[in-house]
Design a protein around this ligand. Sequence first.
Ligand SMILES: [Zn+2]
Length: 575
Amino acid sequence: MQSHLETTSRLDAKKQACINHLTLENDQILRALVLMEQMISSSRGPFGKIKMVQNSHGGHLTMTSTSSRLLSSMSFSNPIAKLVVSSAQGHLQTFSDGGHLLMSFSLNLILGSLRLDISRRILTDLYEIFLTMCVEYLTNFSNIVSFSDLKQMSSMVMSILTSKPLCRFTLKHVRLYSSLILECFLSSLPDGNAMGGQVTDGVTIVTVEGESMEKSTLLQGLLLQCPEVASHSKQNMITLRTKAPYILVALVAMSMSGDTEETGSMQFESDISVDTENIFLQSLEEFCDKLVVANVRLLLCQKVVHPWLKQYLRERSVVVVERLGATMIPYIQDVSGAVPIRCIGAVDVDWLGKVAHVEHRIIQEKSYLLLTPLAEQHVMTLVLYSPDEEQLSELKSLCSTCLMSLRHLLRSPHVLFGGGCWQTRLSALLKNKVKADQGDIIEKTGCTRGCLMEACNIFTNTLEKIAIGTDDKYHHMSDFESGHLWHLPKCSNPDTDVVLKCSCGAFKQNISKLSYIGEDTVKIDRDLAQSPPSFPVVDSDVVLDLSATCVSALTSGVLTANTVLSIGQSIQDIN
Ligand SMILES: [Zn+2]
């Protein structure tokens, strides 16, 4: 006991911090990076393995193979791993997709580089040159999709939906969700003259656990959960049927609890005899009177409403929904055009919103209000059903990714052939380009020809490894003409005259014209390298990747690897 007191005394001389100095070659760092690479590469694509994540205290069990859900359910202590993860999270915030691609690229490039006996400064210079070449190819050779061609749009949505195995989509599911998502996206697009007025993307996703996935549906308007409207009452919101062609909505973004502690950072002094809570409640009552006079029929509050005020408003035919949370406020602004009220002073009628209808809906014994907007507002709710909680979360993540990708496509309608085909083609094109430009590159970086070829091999091997995935039951092949990727089962002995489709489904090739990936024989015709492969006319769906997502993931992946490779030591204070 004595010794314990001594060690914790404030009078003790300050002890030296316990600091870990780790270089990239350190076993602890290497093990973490190898483990992380295995985890990421084994989760990628439609045949990726689902990961179960749970903390050591037996908390929530997350099942997923999507990078966004996987990274948010895990915590990383290794500083290098943290750097790669934060780069992926930054990319996912913008694109919601491509996290695996970014991390796989980064980690494979780092681990491959550590095996080389080449100055890291030269390696990072070479990787930047290769990256510039890749981005140039991807930018120039991507295909443009037309928004009038629903088949192409639907192909891109289906490619995202089928890329994750947890939802166990059948073909029927894929078709259903693809058409739901496309309809949702197209219906939520604002009119040209209203483009600047919308606060959100116009789509809310509501998840309902307990029914089959076929039940998922699309509703026009905003669906708000409102537990206080009793689910068994089957009430039809008769109170909200007015003679006016619209219903007035007040959106309150402050607390209406009457509690003085809820008044933000304001400070005031009062006499002990003054009942401050009562005074606050009286002010709120006056505020409610103003709303009633203005003919408001629906009050939507971000925070809590005092029970007495709720009763007071109900008696005056105003429906109250409280505790909506800050995230719902922008969606309510879009559906109604209301301006959030943040103080209980004068009520400006211009702040009030308008909706066409308010309907009470009961879904899985829970109470909701469906707010239907006036004609000029485009707000949709995608209601997703699944019998399983984790499947429902994965489904929500996939649908959000599809909607975000469609919005990116609106800004830049460029797509790449997916299924590993663009990476295979890019690898072949890069090998050709580096060979052709080797004199210039050597002059620019001061490296030897041997160094250049080794660095190029690491870079192109990384592209090919990502393209073929982790499934070792197939031979992976490519051709001279398109540079796409073909998978042939290892056990089969196919007739060389057979014509097979490539991995993305866009091109067909005779088996006799295919070569194993990695062999020097796979070179793309020089003429073909100058022109983009145009969209072939195919009878089935083609796997498509969004170009903006892939270019951003590749760029961030290479730049993160370069940052890591330029780190001399990582220093951790483990006190
Ligand atoms: Zn292909």
